[in-house]
Design a protein around this ligand. Structure first.
Ligand code: NAD
Length: 509
């Protein structure tokens, strides 16, 4: 199933050329610009991804626009059948996809399989599109008049996605968008772009008509081309906060519907009554899983009261046991970071924390695997204060901070005063306090003794504050609503004998 990629491997080179997918086929880029793609576990360049020009973006938009009338007219039962087939095909090829994710992102294979599985859940939800698009009907709203609502696709949708979930986040977008009758253009992260091509190939095999799903690779040029294009109707974005804000502002200024999911700084509050071992297991799993490169990763542990020493000790004890290495190797639990630059930036927070007065409990640079891979082992900073950079900035790597506070109120204030509001979690055995936390806390996704509360596919995913620009969360019911426009029809079948001119405003009674 990797033949699309293999076919493009340049003769005599180990570097694979990664091209666009437009109108149902692979299209080599002609802009003359490209970017390097690495295997982060070895540090070697494995790919060169074409960067689209404005003309190439325009070609993809044209393909999507031309495919739209036929696709939106395709019956719901046919679309549903294709989605069921999509589910089966992606399920069969889940390991092919996962291997590509590990090779370009670095996450361990089991985690990559988990990513595909969570994306598949959204395809499964989209299989129910005939039910999801059902409207409402009011008979005899006025005498002889019926009123009903329908939902119709918005048109051409662009999806711009981050490096950390190169399969799942596109699946969050294209599955509901296509199910609702839209056509789609994916602009994946240029850091790990190959999964998008396997996705395109699989959708082609499934029988999704040419032009319904397209991929343009690239950087800001391609993104701006999509944001400014008059024939793109809606934009879904997932990525960092500064870019999300930019996408939202530029896209809405150009008259598009935009949802932009952004960065995070997720707090895990641990109360004195919590099970310390359970909380430590959760902090390590959620802090260092996928090398901390998850938007729902726990980045700050807020410990309340005198449980702090025990909890920090329990986390510290677990760190040397986390096996770091190449994600394809048996038993490895944590892989490298995405690029050398990102690894160095993440590691710099260890020094920044120390200089600002935090206690460095574990410095992951000391134990990182040898070689050219972009590794950083789990790192832990205690006594972090809310005015430190290490607390304020999204680190997006395996550097976990611990903030000690005296009371529950202080803990909640800390979470609520943070500029981000993506996910948060509380660990306690007290149901009443957990319920109060759910009421008080300003974040879009809350876990109660669950450290990574990514909602199941039939709820929607999204944050508050600087973690979201626009009003719509992604997938689930809000995804269906974002990818459709409502229409209300008021209908009368009058008896011609009763017809007359009436210039008054329509009355219902
Ligand atoms: P990023 O913002 O750098 O890139 C995301 C996308 O935007 C990529 O496709 C990239 O090519 C494009 N892009 C980057 N800079 C741009 C610019 N100046 N103009 C136009 N387009 C630009 O994000 P990333 O580093 O790929 O991903 C990590 C970030 O994504 C983290 O901040 C993480 O929290 C966030 N994220 C958020 C969620 C969520 O659901 N809230 C989920 C996953 C990741």
């Amino acid at each position: 199933m990797t033949e699309v990629l293999e076919a493009q491997t340049e003769r005599g080179s180990d570097v694979t050329r990664i091209s666009h997918w437009i109108g149902g086929r692979s299209v080599a880029g002609e802009s003359g610009r490209s970017g390097p793609v690495f295997n982060p576990a070895t540090g070697q360049q494995t790919g060169a991804v074409d960067f689209a020009s404005i003309e190439e973006v325009d070609r993809a938009v044209k393909a999507a626009r031309e495919a739209f009338p036929g696709w939106r007219a395709t019956s719901l039962s046919k679309r549903s059948e294709l989605l069921f087939r999509m589910r089966e095909t992606f399920h069969q090829h889940r390991e092919d996809l996962a291997r590509i994710l590990t090779a370009e992102h670095g996450k361990v294979l089991s985690d990559a399989l988990g990513e595909v599985a969570r994306g598949l859940e959204v395809i499964e939800y989209a299989c129910g599109v005939p039910t999801l698009l059902k409207g409402e009907y009011s008979e005899q709203a006025s005498t002889g008049i019926d009123v009903y609502s329908i939902r119709q696709p918005v048109g051409v949708v662009a999806g711009i996605t981050p490096f950390n979930f190169p399969a799942m986040v596109p699946m969050w977008m294209f599955a509901p968008a296509i199910a609702c009758g839209n056509t789609f253009i994916l602009k994946p992260s240029e850091k790990d772009p190959s999964a998008s091509l396997l996705i395109a190939k699989l959708l082609h095999e499934v029988g999704i008509p040419d032009g319904v799903f397209n991929v343009v690779h690239g950087d800001k040029v391609a993104v701006d081309g999509l944001l400014d294009h008059p024939d793109v109707d809606a934009v879904s974005f997932v990525g960092s906060t500064p870019v999300a804000k930019y996408i939202y502002e530029r896209g809405t200024k150009a008259g598009k519907r935009v949802q932009a999911l952004a960065g995070a700084k997720n707090h895990m509050v641990v109360l004195p009554d919590a099970d310390v071992d359970q909380a430590a297991d959760a902090a390590v799993s959620a802090g260092y899983g996928s090398a901390g490169e998850r938007c729902m990763a726990i980045s700050v542990v807020v410990v309340v009261g005198d449980v702090a020493d025990r909890l920090v000790g329990a986390i510290q004890e677990r760190l040397p046991k986390v096996k770091v290495g190449n994600g394809l190797d048996e038993g490895v639990e944590m892989g490298p970071l995405i690029t050398r630059e990102h690894r160095d930036r993440v590691a710099s927070f260890i020094d920044k924390g120390r200089e600002a007065g935090a206690t460095v409990v574990a410095d992951g640079r000391e134990s990182a695997p040898d070689g050219e891979g972009f590794f950083l082992n789990p790192s832990l900073l205690d006594n972090v204060k809310p005015d430190m950079d290490v607390y304020l900035e999204e680190i997006f790597g395996p550097v976990l901070g611990v903030v000690r506070v005296d009371t529950y109120d202080e803990a909640v204030r800390l979470v609520n005063e943070n500029s981000y509001g993506n996910g948060t979690a509380i660990f306690t055995r007290d149901g009443g306090v957990a319920r109060q936390f759910q009421f008080d806390v300003q974040a879009g996704m809350v876990g109660i003794n669950v450290p990574i509360p990514v909602p199941v596919a039939y709820y929607s995913f999204g944050g508050w504050k600087d973690s979201l620009f626009g009003s719509s969360h992604i997938y689930g019911p809000e995804g269906i609503s974002f990818y459709t426009r409502g229409k209300v029809v008021t209908s009368r079948w009058p008896d011609p004998a009763t017809s007359k001119v009436d210039l008054g405003f329509p009355q219902t009674r």
